[in-house]
Design a protein around this ligand. Structure first.
Ligand code: ZN
Length: 403
């Protein structure tokens, strides 16, 4: 189903919705747990209660067999078809460090590298320099000025940084300058399509000036640019679904994706689930009617392959459920942005369990919030971006289609 229909039918009144995301929560059977998944192994009395009175299903964030990044995974949960609304890698890098991108900004990832005689690349990552050294180099690059554009350079981690150019007439149709190999020179800045002349000129000037600044540094005496992405502002959740949305997330990347969707940011103090619950309450007090709350550590434990820690993180989230219920939301949804199975230590294409509690739900047989129960739940299997219309409907925020 197209999300445009939900957009056309959406009302500017109705219930208040909580979208709580346990990042990477979906998993696969763990041999050490006798074939149970972390969700099945975890003791989750509070989630179990929600499952009993709610409806379960599972969603594919992007599509069947497609492994999503967290950016597209979240955009889908916010009701955007992530294949239609693309956010480039450079833009995601900028969002990941909390940089507020504006419409028309051109962002790219920087890798500091080591160059030898004749500008030949010796190490594409400059020996993975420390983040401190990266920050120092970035400070030096911040002095670069280019007529007609604003230049922002920001450190990311180790040898990685990003650059954002702000000005009229920029384009993302630029080849990476990283040849992907050692023993070669960085590639010249060239366009991949007509109309990118201005952007090519700006990036050439930047690289020229940066090279002069870096040439005597060691071990990072050069830089490679890749993932050029022109940021296009998305229609917000207010534009699309008449919501007053808020985000409660501890990590900049998720705050960034939420701000793309037009969510107001609420700070958590302390920076844990207790603080996040308080922030959600504050958002409701301010009249917000949609709150996105993010729990990161289910994903990090999955990526570390630490299934016991993932169980502990799920149980920690379960203990926060009563606090979330007290906030006064009319509809509560618990899901993830993708699966991160511990045995794979990576994001995966597996569907993600969804639980919706509140509103007139058709409950199924589900007794627990687990992958297996979700697979046979009343909501069935659907596309991630369809979740938003289910939430709006449960909150009484969608009008009837047709007479
Ligand atoms: Zn994620």
């Amino acid at each position: 189903m197209s999300t445009n229909l939900a957009s056309q039918l959406s009302l500017n009144h109705g219930g208040r919705i909580l979208l709580a995301v346990m990042d990477g929560v979906g998993d696969i059977p763990i041999p050490e747990f006798g074939g149970l998944t972390p969700l099945e192994k975890a003791e989750t009395p509070n989630l179990d209660k929600l499952a009993l009175g709610g409806a379960l299903g599972q969603q594919f964030p992007v599509g069947r067999g497609i492994t999503p990044g967290s950016g597209p995974g979240h955009l889908a949960l916010f009701g955007y078809d992530p294949v239609k609304y693309l956010v480039g890698r450079g833009a995601l890098a900028a969002l990941g460090i909390g940089f507020q991108l504006q419409h028309g900004d051109l962002a790219a990832r920087i890798n500091f590298c080591s160059l030898g005689d004749g500008e030949v690349i010796l190490d594409r990552r400059a020996g993975r320099i420390s983040t401190e050294l990266c920050t120092e180099l970035v400070e030096a690059l911040k002095h670069i000025t280019i007529p007609g554009v604003e230049v922002f350079v920001e450190p990311v981690k180790e040898h990685r940084a990003c650059v954002i150019f702000r000005g009229a007439g920029l384009s993302e149709s630029i080849h990476d300058t990283d040849p992907g190999l050692v023993g070669e020179k960085p590639l010249p800045v060239t366009a991949t399509a007509p109309g990118a002349e201005r952007a090519v000129e700006v990036v050439r000037q930047f690289i020229g000036k940066a090279s002069l600044i870096l040439k005597d540094k060691t071990p990072a005496n050069g830089l490679l640019l890749r993932g050029f992405a022109l940021h296009e502002a998305l229609p917000t959740l207010t534009d699309r679904f008449k919501l007053k949305p808020a985000a409660v997330a501890l990590y900049p990347m998720y705050r960034g994706v939420a701000s793309l969707a037009g969510m107001a940011q609420y700070q958590s103090d302390p920076a844990d689930l207790t603080g996040e619950i308080q922030a959600a309450k504050n958002a409701l007090k301010d009249g917000k009617d949609f709150v996105f709350l993010h729990h990161k550590y289910t994903d990090s434990s999955g990526e570390d392959g630490d299934h016991k820690r993932k169980v502990a993180e799920i149980e920690k989230f379960d203990k926060a459920v009563p606090g979330l219920l007290e906030c006064g939301f009319d509809v509560i949804c618990i899901t993830g942005d993708h699966s991160t199975p511990c045995p794979m230590k990576l994001h995966s294409w597996h569907p993600v369990p969804v639980l919706i509690h509140g509103g007139p739900q058709r409950t199924g047989w589900s007794r627990r919030f687990t992958e297996r129960e979700a697979a046979s739940g009343a909501l069935g299997t659907f596309q991630g971006y369809e979740l938003m219309s289910l939430l709006l409907a449960a909150a009484g925020r969608l009008a009837k289609f047709g007479a």
